[in-house]
Design a protein around this ligand. Structure first.
Ligand SMILES: [Zn+2]
Ligand SMILES: [Zn+2]
Length: 256
């Protein structure tokens, strides 16, 4: 299929979905159960969703299994060993089976409306970070990835969270300089090496970041290597501080 047919198919698909929204009762964002309004989770899915609450590492936000873990300073082993350059990270939910039911369609199946489902939970988890933030910056996709996926899921989240919190987002502030391989099965050290120097601030956006408190936004955080690499680029460009807010958090592989 030639690329010029894509927008038309896209349009037809969106129009079809909009029509269905009118004809059918609202469905849960994660399953088929009816709900009162679009963008809500049904009671069962809400109960199954692993919202992250204390105790978690105060630096990177990784949830602890029990209150006993983490020690008096409430830092995870990974942050004690190698403190990230970002100030604090927070996540709305655990990237478990239920978390994947929300994140994977959002990322790979054009379910862009899930950004407005995830955003309120992110705003709650990151309320203290949002109070400080002056500008929201999404983790960028490489331009080829953006071309095939047609949207940057992190940018949609930054926009939706920014709207809720009354903060501007700067979707093109960061650039991904090279397409990095999937971090899927990599160890924490391999992840760090893979994303080192993969990001830079767009020169035309430098002035908007200088002296600013930046909140970096992404969909999923695993070891924090990507967030850390982005934070390094933002700090090098003159950002006053960088915090991180993500929709979902994978158990930290640094803890294994
Ligand atoms: Zn449901
Ligand atoms: Zn930590």
């Amino acid at each position: 299929m030639s690329a010029r047919h894509l927008p038309l198919i896209d349009l037809a698909r969106r129009a079809g979905r909009a029509l269905l929204d009118v004809l059918l009762p609202a469905q849960c964002a994660a399953c088929d159960a009816p709900v009162d309004a679009p963008g809500l989770l049904c009671a069962e899915c809400f109960r199954r969703t692993g919202f992250i609450t204390e105790p978690f590492c105060v630096h990177c936000g990784v949830p602890f299994g029990s209150a006993a873990v983490g020690g008096a300073e409430r830092l995870c082993a990974g942050c004690r060993r190698t403190p990230p350059v970002f100030r604090q990270a927070r996540a709305a939910l655990r990237y478990d089976t239920q978390g994947r039911r929300l994140i994977l369609p959002f990322k790979h199946a054009d379910r862009t409306e899930l950004s407005t489902v995830l955003a309120p939970h992110m705003a709650r988890a990151g309320s203290s970070l949002l109070r400080d933030a002056e500008v929201l910056v999404p983790v960028p996709l490489h331009r080829w990835r953006l071309f095939t996926r047609r949207y940057n899921q992190a940018a949609l989240l930054a926009k939706a969270v920014g709207r809720l919190a009354g903060r501007p987002s700067l979707p093109d502030a960061l650039m991904r300089l090279r397409a990095t391989e999937s971090l899927g099965e990599k160890s924490a050290a391999e992840r760090t090496a893979t994303v080192a120097n993969a990001f830079a601030v767009r020169p035309s956006r430098m002035a908007r970041l200088q002296g600013r408190r930046v909140l970096l936004v992404d969909d999923v955080m695993t070891s924090g290597a990507t967030a850390n690499a982005c934070a390094s680029a933002l700090l090098a460009a003159g950002a006053a501080s960088v915090d991180v807010l993500v929709a979902a958090r994978v158990p930290d592989p640094r803890l294994n």
